[in-house]
Design a protein around this ligand. Structure first.
Ligand code: KG4
Ligand code: ZN
Length: 344
C-alpha cells in the first residue's frame, strides 16, 4: 500500500508517504520551535493554530517529494493521541476530511506506537523486543510482542526524561527544547564534576523517577553565587546527563534480562541523546540494541506508517466519528484496534 501519514500531537507538523509500511518515500517535518521558544515551552493554542496552517503545506510537500499524486494514495494514518488535544484534533480532522474526499481508509494510531516501531523502517527486528520509549511526555518500558500487543512493565512516576532535560536546560538559561542544548554542552564537560542522585536505580521493578535529579540540579544552582557559565555549566550539564543516562541504560538492560529478551529498541526524542547512545554502544549486555536515526527519533509522520500499514492490511480502519484522545494508554490503544479486527 502507499500510505499518507500525518502527525500533529505536539509542536511538529509532519506528513510522510511510505510504501508497504517500510519504505519511506518522503518525511516532511515543519517544526514550531521558533513559535514557542520565546515562551520557554509549547503553548497549546498556538500549536493548534500553526498545525492548521502547516497541514496542507507538509502534505503537498510530502506528495511532491515522494513523486506521487493524491490519487495514488491507498490509505491514511494519523496520530490519534496522546498529546495536546487541540493539536491532535487538527491532524485527525484534516486526515478524516482527506480520507472522506478520496474515499480511502484511515486509521488513528498511538503516538508512542509510532516511536517504538520506527526502527522497523530501517531494520528487520524480530518480535518480541523490549522498547524504551523516552520523550518529552513518556519514559516507559514495553514488551513489544507484536504490532498492537504491548505489555507495559515500567514507567516514570513523575517527570519524563525529556521533560527533566527541558526543565534543567531552562533553569540553566539554555534554549527550548533543552535536550539538545544539554547534550551539546555535556560533551564538553566532566560527568563526575557534580554528584547527582540515580533515583530508583536500586529498586526492584522497572519504574523511573526523574524529578529528584532535577531538584538536585536546582539545589546546586542555588548554592552557587553566580549563574554557571563556561566549564562549570558544561560540567553541570554532563553530570546531570550522566545521572539520567545511567538510570535509563541500567534499568533497560536489567528489564531485558529479567524478561529474557535479546533485543532492545530505544525510541523517542531523547533517543537522539549522544550520552544514551554511547552508553548502549559501550555496554549492551550481549543484546542487539536499535536506535532509529535522529530524524526518526523525533516526532515525524513516517514512524506511524509501520502500524498504519499493519492495521489497514487487516481491514482495521476508523469511521468518520474518530476522535482525538489527549490521554490513551498504549496497551489499550493496540487492544482496541485488534479487537475491532476480531469483531469484523
Ligand atoms: O519524541 P519527541 O520529539 O516529542 C515528544 O513526543 O515528546 O521528544 C521531545 C523530547 C524533548 O524533551 C527534547 O528535549 C528531547 O526529546 N530531546 C533530547 C535530545 N533531543 C531531543 N533530549 C536529550 N538529548 C537530545 N539530544
Ligand atoms: Zn514523540
Amino acid at each position: 500500500m502507499l500510505l499518507l501519514a500525518l502527525e500533529s500531537s505536539c509542536d511538529e507538523t509532519s506528513a510522510a508517504v511510505v510504501r508497504d509500511g517500510r519504505t519511506v518515500l518522503s518525511n516532511i517535518i515543519a517544526s514550531q520551535i521558533d513559535v514557542h521558544a520565546e515562551y520557554g515551552g509549547v503553548v497549546p493554542e498556538l500549536a493548534a493554530r500553526h498545525h492548521l496552517r502547516s497541514c496542507p503545506v507538509v502534505v503537498e510537500q510530502a506528495l511532491n517529494k515522494a513523486g506521487v499524486q493524491l490519487e495514488h494514495i491507498d490509505g491514511m494514518v494519523v496520530t490519534r493521541g496522546p498529546g495536546l488535544i487541540g493539536a491532535l484534533l487538527v491532524g485527525v480532522s484534516y486526515a478524516k476530511a482527506m480520507a472522506f474526499a478520496r474515499n480511502i481508509p484511515l486509521v488513528g494510531v498511538h503516538h508512542i506506537e509510532g516511536h517504538i516501531l520506527a526502527p522497523l523502517l530501517e531494520h528487520d527486528i524480530p518480535f518480541p523486543y523490549l522498547a524504551l520509549a523516552v520523550s518529552g511526555g513518556h519514559t516507559h518500558l514495553y514488551i513489544v510482542k507484536q504490532i498492537g500487543e504491548y505489555e507495559p512493565i515500567g514507567q516514570t512516576l513523575d517527570d519524563a526524561a525529556g521533560e527533566a532535560f527541558d526543565k534543567v536546560a531552562k533553569m540553566c538559561g539554555l534554549g527550548y527544547p533543552g535536550g539538545v542544548h544539554i547534550d551539546r554542552l555535556a560533551s564538553q564537560g566532566n560527568p563526575a564534576a557534580f554528584s547527582f542522585p540515580r533515583p530508583m536505580l536500586q529498586h526492584k521493578g522497572f519504574n523511573f523517577s526523574f524529578s529528584g535529579i532535577k531538584t538536585a540540579v536546582m539545589t546546586q544552582l542555588k548554592r552557587m553565587d553566580t549563574a554557571p557559565e563556561g566549564d562549570v555549566l558544561a560540567d553541570l550539564a554532563a553530570s546531570f546527563q550522566a545521572a539520567v543516562v545511567e538510570v535509563l541504560h541500567q534499568k533497560t538492560l536489567r528489564a531485558a534480562r529479567a524478561h529474557n529478551l535479546k533485543r532492545i529498541v530505544v525510541a523517542g526524542g531523547v533517543a537522539c541523546n549522544s550520552g544514551l547512545r554511547n552508553a548502549f554502544a559501550e555496554d549492551n549486555a550481549n543484546m542487539e540494541v536499535f536506535f532509529p536515526s535522529p530524524l526518526l527519533c523525533a516526532d515525524n509522520a513516517a514512524m506511524l506508517a509501520v502500524a498504519g500499514e499493519y492495521y489497514l492490511q487487516r481491514g482495521i480502519s476508523a469511521d468518520l466519528d474518530l476522535n482525538a484522545c489527549s490521554t490513551w494508554p498504549l496497551n489499550q490503544a493496540g487492544a482496541e484496534l485488534l479487537d475491532f479486527a476480531s469483531r469484523t
